[in-house]
Design a protein around this ligand. Structure first.
Ligand code: HEM
Length: 500
């Protein structure tokens, strides 16, 4: 009876909290119900629970954290644009990314230090071409795409390339790791890895995918009970996540240290030099953070990591979709042939004349929502939402996949239909694109413009030059068999880019 009473008190929801399960699973809270309903795809479990309680704002307890899942586009937009919701919870999944288990970086920090770091990084990356039109950077991306096209057309040249290309078929999403990573590193350090040295980028990409696939959108059970990392099989998962993270950090740190050793405050070569100058003005802190080396490492990782694993996975999801829709490929190719021809690669100047290609990318991001539950937010002070009371520190998950599939907004959300974003004259109509794949408000994805530009250029270049072919023995991909981790990803698959 005492245990029963303790569990009831421990799992008690705050008063006037959004509807959700009344009785929680001992020890796990409603996270337990979600594991029972759909352990592999927690965002789908949240949709089922929401439907059961007939609510678009589901109130649950994740172990001791009161939490809500917002499964409605209009409410999500409101949440993302209100300052009280801009916090991030202190999740163990985030801490294990740092060598000393400190909260570092941009993704999982909040408060004035997050604001300061986010502002500085975005402000000064911009000077080197991040998130805006910048001819020097566009030329570097063009070279990177030509190198990718060479690999796809002429086959592997270097030993490491044989691991991602066999008998003319390339492994997806891995084949895009070097192009996307180099396009970002060029902005940070002013340099790209030459093709013969790209094995380090392929390794970093594989580690990033390990983290993406072994994490989950709710922070994994390790975030609620970190001590479980000592118990098998949780210890195995912990080790995978930890080792993958530390290997990526070491890689970024090795680049940073190379520049630090030759840093001259009077001669700025790249973004890193500007950050080093700022570091010289600050005293390093242990628990909180300012401009210091471990913060710079995680700060850069937080950009490098989604560039190498997130944007490439979004492309891999799209290629699978396109295998099911050859007519969409044909329409993109026709459009690109008419506007660009085949004498040069498509550029960002061509983009307004390639509305169907742009619409295909947008539709891909809607139907295959990369981050199905967003990145958890935290309520920073007691507040209300749609008449419910939310106490400080409530966790807020945005059901991005749910809202991109709401019938009331999309009509036929299950159909892959790029035309939904075009007007009667075939022009792109942004007012019709209600999707929010990058979030919104102050926590908006810091890499949105970079990602949109690079994905557009990659898609247009590949469609201009290739047809997509599967191995003769392969069936069309089963789009329901995807992996839900921190992001949704396809299982690795092999594809031939057949020259047109
Ligand atoms: C298809 C590609 C991508 C998608 C769909 C995506 C989506 C998202 C989403 C949903 C968030 C969380 C927003 C929130 O908290 O409400 C986020 C955050 C973030 N993204 Fe992206 N992202 C992508 C690519 C990138 C790239 C390429 C970069 C960097 C080069 C990047 C950098 C970041 C950063 C730094 C944050 C954390 C922002 C903060 O908490 O202040 N993302 N992204």
């Amino acid at each position: 009876l005492l245990l029963y009473r303790w569990l009831r008190v421990a799992n008690k929801k705050p008063t006037n909290f959004p509807p959700g399960p009344e009785y929680s699973v001992p020890f796990l809270g409603d996270y337990g119900w979600m594991l029972v309903i759909n352990a592999s795809h927690l965002h789908k479990a949240a949709i089922k629970l929401g439907d059961f309680y007939r609510t678009k704002i589901l109130g649950i307890s994740l172990s001791r954290f009161p939490s809500i899942v917002v499964n409605d586009l209009a409410v999500a937009r409101e949440v993302l644009n209100r300052r009280e919701f801009d916090g991030r919870p202190d999740l163990y999944l985030a801490r294990l990314r740092d060598k000393r288990f400190n909260r570092r970086g941009i993704f999982f920090t909040d408060g004035p230090a997050w604001k300061e770091q986010r502002w500085f990084i975005l402000r000064y990356l911009r000077d080197f071409g991040f998130g805006r039109r910048f001819p020097e950077h566009e030329a570097e991306v063009n070279s990177e795409l030509l190198s990718l096209i060479d690999l796809l057309r002429d086959g592997p040249k270097y030993a490491h390339e044989h691991t991602i290309m066999k008998d003319g078929y390339v492994k997806c999403p891995n084949v895009m790791f070097s192009c996307f990573a180099n396009s970002f590193l060029q902005i940070v350090s002013g340099e790209r890895f030459p093709r013969e040295e790209c094995d380090v980028l392929f390794n970093a990409g594989s580690n990033a995918m390990l983290f993406q696939r072994n994490g989950d959108d709710y922070g994994t059970i390790l975030s609620f009970y970190p001590w479980m990392r000592h118990i098998y099989p949780f210890s195995r998962r912990f080790n995978t996540l930890r080792e993958a993270s530390l290997r990526i950090n070491e890689f970024i740190q090795s680049i940073i240290e190379k520049y630090l050793q030759t840093h001259d405050p009077n001669h700025v070569r790249c973004f890193l030099d500007l950050y080093f100058k700022q570091m010289e003005k600050c005293t390093p802190q242990e628990e909180s953070f300012t401009f210091q080396l471990d913060q710079l490492v995680l700060g850069v990782v937080d950009f490098f990591f989604p560039a190498i694993s997130g944007a490439t996975t979004q492309m891999a999801l799209l290629f699978e979709r396109l295998l099911h829709s050859p007519h969409v490929v044909e329409r993109m190719q026709q459009e690109i042939d008419d506007v660009v021809g085949n004498g040069r690669l498509p550029t960002l100047d061509d983009r307004p004349q390639l509305p169907f290609t742009e619409a295909t990318l947008r539709e891909g991001m809607r139907i295959d929502t990369l981050v199905p539950s967003g990145i958890a937010h935290r309520v920073q002070e007691d507040t209300t939402l749609q008449g419910y009371d939310l106490p400080k520190d409530t966790l807020v998950l945005i059901g991005m996949d749910a809202m991109h599939n709401q019938k009331e907004y999309w009509g036929d959300p299950e159909c892959f239909r790029p035309d939904r974003f075009l007007d009667a004259n075939g022009k792109l109509c942004l007012a019709k694109d209600l999707s929010l794949p990058f979030g919104a408000g102050k926590r908006l994805c810091a890499g949105e413009t970079f990602a949109r530009n690079l994905m557009f250029l990659t898609l247009a270049a590949l469609m201009q030059n290739f047809n997509l072919r599967q191995r003769p023995s392969d069936r069309l991909p089963d789009l329901t068999k995807r992996i839900t981790g921190v992001i949704i990803s396809p299982r690795d698959y092999w594809l031939r880019f057949e020259p047109r």
